[in-house]
Design a protein around this ligand. Structure first.
Ligand code: NAP
Length: 499
């Protein structure tokens, strides 16, 4: 008899509690759905209300805590993640399927941002600037926004929550965290470590449950002053409409349709390495995944042949097996969606490899899909325009740089892009011309580092950025302060003008 799965709880006001709903849901292993990872509380609006009250109650003491001291707690949390890195990575692979090496990278991103933001506790720079009037001081400082609602996807289940919660907490906000229902175990393990690190009760609260119920209640609450959301553009749009009605601050990180441009002078072997890693890593389920290769006609046949050969050699299976290259899709709905797009692709391009669910020994009980390449795809084809979020790559042939750039930029998304060229002038032109928040030269479209801003243009977001010191902007209000020590009324823009 298999052991019955552990039941996990919500974390509200420093205590692990059941949902008032009395209901739970299962999270299972996408590589073998018979393996149930655990049972999680199906949170409700009433649970969210309690979590928001806890966060609101904890807010005054937390924002009064000196930022360097808040930073020390982040540091302790980062050190705990480092200590538990392997356990977290294995739990992640089991719950959402990415291969172990990538899961370790995901945890490492969480550690990196914890340490980076711990340091911000001693920086968090404002400006001190000269006043236009004598005997007057002028400066600006950052202050927390308030209770922050953190709503996250499943594809980076440790990194993304950390990318949001670390800047939120170091700047003195308190948090209500709603993870994806496809990765509640990762979220639970993360919050357990935050508890162990010693964050005071109510500073971090975890409510698992559906977006419709829990996410909605967070977005609608007037007491949540800032929402930080990562997920699909469709969900982001509905959240933006509702948050907009309440004039609520909102940071959105949404979909992508990222291109690798391969020019005729490119090192093709290098390009193939980068394309494979970006297209099929995390089974194509990264916001920065490469789903379009825009390639000069002079080298397209050669490139496609090399890509096909390497792609068919990729090994599929459970990511816990270290010899596996590509894990499963996250759930049955994702596999159905990929299948639908592949059916469209068969009409829009020439199927080079893949194109079907992957079967065979070890794959029978998981959501596996063969890495798929379509060649001869037009830039405006559906599969070259819409985010598929799976292992499907479109090869779009073009003539020269200008056509390549027009195709690369001719989508509604703008997250990441890359160019392969040996010509330094062309590389600089591409750096200037891509309409994306992230650009790579002679590397694939993935691999962001936590000390640079992360985010996209156009429908990929709403102008905010995560990571880097700019992440603080999302979670702080600016306050400009003037101190007049002249002992008399001094009128700016008036008393210092020639009469
Ligand atoms: P999703 O379906 O939009 O869900 C994201 C989160 O929103 C989940 O926690 C979900 O909850 C919740 N949610 C759903 N409906 C909601 C509602 N009405 N109100 C409030 N919350 C709601 O996205 P996903 O499938 O998890 O993630 C994949 C997407 O994320 C892709 O489009 C990918 O490109 C994008 N992504 C973007 C970035 C970036 O930085 N730009 C990074 C990673 C991923 P439940 O699922 O539990 O119901």
């Amino acid at each position: 008899m298999p052991e019955s799965p552990a039941v996990h709880h919500l974390f509200i006001a420093g205590r692990w509690v059941e949902s008032v709903s009395g209901n739970t849901f299962e999270s299972d292993n996408p590589a073998d759905t018979r393996d149930v990872v655990g049972r999680f509380q199906a949170g409700t609006a009433a649970d969210v209300a309690m979590a928001i009250t806890a966060a609101d109650t904890a807010l005054p003491a937390w924002k009064a805590t000196p930022a360097p001291k808040r930073g020390e707690l982040l540091y302790r949390f980062g050190a705990l993640m480092a200590e538990h890195k392997e356990r977290l990575a294995r739990a992640m692979t089991r719950e959402m399927g990415k291969v172990l090496a990538e899961a370790r990278g995901d945890v490492q991103e969480g550690i990196d941002i914890a340490f980076l933001m711990a340091g911000e506790g001693r920086r968090m720079f404002g400006d001190t600037v000269p006043s236009e009037l004598p005997d007057k001081w002028a400066m600006s400082i950052r202050q927390p926004v308030g209770v922050a609602g953190i709503v996250t996807p499943w594809n980076f289940p440790i990194a993304i929550p950390c990318w949001k919660m670390m800047p939120a907490l170091v700047t003195g906000n308190t948090v209500v965290f709603k993870p994806s229902s496809d990765a509640p175990h990762c979220a639970t393990l993360l919050v357990e470590l935050m508890d162990e690190a010693g964050f005071p009760p109510g500073v971090v609260n975890l409510v698992t449950g559906s977006g419709r119920e829990v996410g909605d209640a967070i977005v609608e609450s007037p007491d949540v002053r800032i929402i930080s959301f990562t997920g699909s553009s469709a969900t982001g749009r509905t959240i933006a409409e509702r948050a907009g009605r309440r004039l609520k601050r909102l940071s959105l990180e949404l979909g992508g349709k990222n291109a690798v441009v391969v020019l005729r002078d490119a090192d093709l072997d290098l390009a193939v390495d980068g394309i494979l890693w970006s297209a099929f890593g995390t089974t194509g389920q990264r916001c920065t995944a490469c789903s379009r290769v825009i390639v000069d006609r002079h080298v397209v046949n050669d490139l496609v042949a090399r890509l096909a050969q390497r792609t068919t050699a990729l090994r599929l299976g459970s990511g816990l097996d270290e010899s596996v290259d590509v894990g499963p899709l996250v759930n049955a709905a994702a596999a159905d969606k990929v299948q639908r797009y592949v059916a469209i692709g068969r009409r829009e391009g020439e199927l080079v490899t893949g194109g079907e669910r992957a079967t065979g020994p070890g794959l029978e009980h998981g959501h596996f899909f063969a890495p798929t390449i379509f060649a001869g795809v037009r830039p405006m084809a559906t599969i070259a325009q819409e985010e598929i979020f799976g292992p499907v790559l479109s090869v779009v042939p073009v003539d020269g740089y200008a056509e390549a750039m027009a195709a690369a930029n001719g989508v509604r998304y703008g997250l990441s892009a890359s160019v392969y060229t040996r010509d330094v002038n062309t590389a600089f032109r591409a750096m200037r011309d891509f309409e994306t928040g992230i650009v790579y030269v002679n590397a694939g479209t993935t691999g962001a580092e936590t000390h640079l801003p992360f985010g996209g243009w156009k429908d990929t977001g709403n102008g905010h950025r995560e990571a880097g010191h700019v992440a603080l902007d999302t979670f702080t209000e600016w306050k400009s302060i003037y101190v007049d020590f002249s002992g008399k009324l001094q009128r700016a823009q008036i008393d210092n003008q020639p009469s």
